[in-house]
Structures are given as structure tokens and as C-alpha cells.
Design a protein around this ligand. Structure first.
Ligand SMILES: Nc1ncnc2c1ncn2[C@@H]1O[C@H](COP(=O)(O)OP(=O)(O)OP(=O)(O)O)[C@@H](O)[C@H]1O
Ligand SMILES: [Mg+2]
Length: 337
């Protein structure tokens, strides 16, 4: 129990940071246990023809879809709007126009319902997505491997994020996407590479481990990308390329994270973001002997439930609600520096 609260509370979360309209609902029990009641995501398809996300189109699509996605989430949870006790929405980082849609919608909803509003950091949301599977107790390491980030944080206490390492060039997900495109495997590249890799030989294309001998815990994927391009030109099949690249990327991510965990004396590692859906990455992390926590199904890539989970953590910590003047931020580092 906390703060004298004896009833379960239900938190709505909204994420419109990029090209997914996500609305989720979680229930926070008085003992701190959380349960995902709904998780609805509309992944915009309008950008496919441009080969990248068009910010203005993303904003418009969020505006057009968000009402429906909210209704779908309420239906999935079997709840009415009046059953909600708090609303959380992503304020950054992300595309400003896209962020604004969910942020303003969330603020308006909270105000209309007379419930507290919490703005959430997108990366904190990715980390809290793992709270669907286990109570996240500090200290722990958090590896966020997504389309835009490959960041390793030490989390010594709730709400404190010390940046331990980050990619020096591409994000892990970006490398999966670019190599999949090169190999003609389609988009999004992560699932496509993972699928093709099952039919390939992981030892067929030799990839050199990036940043070998570094003392720190940074990441880099540009060397793997160049090696993939050369192998592709040299006639490597898409399957062999996928299997070899996936193996190299997974090995590098796991090895660097394990070194950091040892150096910092951390036993628990949270691995989240879209690339955390990768089966080979999950398997390799399971074999490290560390206590590794991944988000539940459907919570790796962008979604609203992870923002609801971040909101639940704020509520549980009895944090003051965010002022309704909070704005959207394109660039918003999570680390306390
Ligand atoms: N099974 C998988 N294996 C590897 N990568 C995957 C898998 N599934 C998804 N991904 C990758 O995850 C990325 C999308 O993740 P996510 O939605 O968390 O990123 P994002 O929101 O675009 O970026 P950010 O959160 O950094 O702003 C894509 O690059 C996609 O290829
Ligand atoms: Mg994301």
C-alpha cells in the first residue's frame, strides 16, 4: 500500500511521438503491481511511399486516428472514460507536431475528467514497458535499443538515469532497417532480418566486432553497415547477410552490456525498445546469467501502454502532476547530467 491508497487505479497512456498512434491503459494495484488492460497501436502506413516518416503527414494522421484508438483501448479494457484515475502522454523526444497531438489530447482529457495529468519521457516509457513483466527495482542497467536510440543507462535510484554508453552513429534498429533495405527484405527491417536469418548461415559473412578494445560502453553500427554493403555487392544472399549481421549485432550489444553490468556491479538489466523484440537478442541475454527483464508482448515498439506504465510509476511515487503548460520537446535527453 502507498500513500493510504487502498483501491486500484487505472492510468491511460498516449504516445504519438513518431508514426504510431498508441493508447494504452494499465491498472496499478495498491501494492505497486501493474497490469496492462489495453494496448492499441495504429501504425501509419502513409509514409511507406516516401521511404521515411513525413512529419506533417504523421501529425495529421494522429489527429485523424486518436479518437478511434482511444475508443478501441477503452473497449479492450472494458472501461468507460470515467473509470480513469490519471492520464499520461509523451512530451518528448520525438517529432514536435506529432508529439503535440497526443500531448494536447491527453491534457484536454485529464482536464475534462478532473484527473491528474503526467507528461512522460519517451525513453523512460520504453524502459517502464518492462514493468509489465516484473517490478522494476533499482539499481539496474537499462539498455534502450530502438529505431532512434541505442542508449545504456545506469539507474541507481528511481528517476535517476546516468548515461553509461550510447551509439556513436546509427541506432541498432536503424541498422536493422538499413541492412534489410539493402538486402531487399522490406520494412520494418528488424522483423524482416529476424525472419530471414532463420534460413541463413550466421557464419557465412565475417563481421568485425565494432569498437574492439574500447574501455567504455559505447556502440557503433556504421562499420557493420559498410561490411554488409560490401558483402551484398560480393554476392551474399539476403538470408546469409541477415543471419550474419544479426549474430554480430546481438553479440556486440550483449557483450558491451554485460561488461557494463560487471563494471558497475549491476545484476538486473532491462532491455527495451523495438530491437528488444528480437528473439536472438533475447536468447543471448538469457544466457548471460544476469537478471534480464524485457517488455511484454506488443510493448517493445512504440505504444501507449508503456507511457501509462511510466504514469503509474509517477503516481505510485506520489509525484506532483505535470503542469498543463508543459510543452512538446523534439530533443530531450533522459540522462541527469
Ligand atoms: N524483431 C526485431 N528485431 C530487430 N529489430 C526490431 C525487431 N522488431 C522491431 N525492430 C526494430 O525496432 C525499431 C522500432 O522500434 P521503436 O518503435 O522502439 O523505435 P522508434 O520509436 O522508432 O525510435 P525511438 O524510440 O528511439 O524514438 C525499428 O528499427 C525496427 O526495425
Ligand atoms: Mg520509440
Amino acid at each position: 500500500m502507498f500513500g493510504g491508497v487502498t483501491e486500484a487505479r487505472r492510468i491511460l497512456g498516449i504516445d504519438t511521438s513518431c508514426d504510431d498512434t498508441g493508447v494504452g491503459i494499465v491498472e496499478l494495484a495498491p501494492d505497486g503491481q501493474v497490469r496492462v488492460l489495453a494496448n492499441r497501436v495504429w501504425s501509419q502506413t502513409v509514409h511507406a511511399q516516401y521511404g521515411g516518416v513525413m512529419p506533417e503527414l504523421a501529425s495529421r494522421e494522429h489527429v485523424e486516428r486518436i479518437d478511434d484508438i482511444l475508443q478501441e483501448a477503452l473497449k479492450e479494457a472494458g472501461l468507460a472514460l470515467t473509470d480513469l484515475h490519471a492520464v499520461a502522454a509523451t512530451s518528448g523526444p520525438g517529432l514536435v507536431g506529432a508529439l503535440l497531438v497526443g500531448l494536447m489530447y491527453g491534457k484536454g482529457l485529464a482536464q475534462a475528467l478532473g484527473v491528474p495529468f503526467y507528461s512522460a519521457h519517451h525513453l523512460e516509457g520504453h524502459i517502464f514497458a518492462a514493468a509489465s513483466e516484473a517490478l522494476l527495482q533499482t539499481p539496474y542497467l537499462a539498455l534502450v535499443v530502438s529505431g532512434g536510440h541505442t542508449h545504456l543507462f545506469d539507474v541507481p535510484a528511481p528517476g535517476r538515469y546516468d548515461l553509461v554508453g550510447a551509439t556513436r552513429d546509427d541506432a541498432a534498429g536503424e541498422a536493422f532497417d538499413k541492412i534489410a533495405r539493402l538486402a531487399g527484405l522490406g520494412y520494418p527491417g528488424g522483423p524482416a532480418i529476424s525472419e530471414a536469418a532463420q534460413r541463413g548461415d550466421p557464419g557465412s559473412v565475417p563481421f568485425k566486432e565494432p569498437l574492439q578494445g574500447q574501455q567504455g560502453f559505447d556502440f557503433s553500427f556504421s562499420g557493420l553497415k559498410t561490411a554488409a554493403l560490401l558483402a551484398h555487392r560480393g554476392g551474399a544472399t539476403p538470408e546469409n547477410l541477415a543471419a550474419s549481421f544479426q549474430q554480430a549485432a546481438v553479440k556486440f550489444l550483449v557483450k558491451t552490456t554485460v561488461r557494463a553490468a560487471r563494471a558497475l556491479g549491476r545484476r538486473t538489466v532491462v532491455v527495451s525498445g523495438g530491437v528488444a523484440a528480437n528473439a536472438a537478442l533475447r536468447e543471448a541475454f538469457q544466457q548471460t546469467g544476469l537478471n534480464v527483464v524485457f517488455p511484454g508482448k506488443g510493448l517493445n515498439t512504440d505504444n501507449g501502454a508503456m507511457i501509462a506504465l511510466a504514469g503509474a510509476a509517477a503516481l505510485q511515487a506520489e509525484k506532483a502532476p505535470s503542469p498543463l503548460t508543459v510543452g512538446a520537446e523534439a530533443y530531450a535527453p533522459l540522462a541527469n547530467t
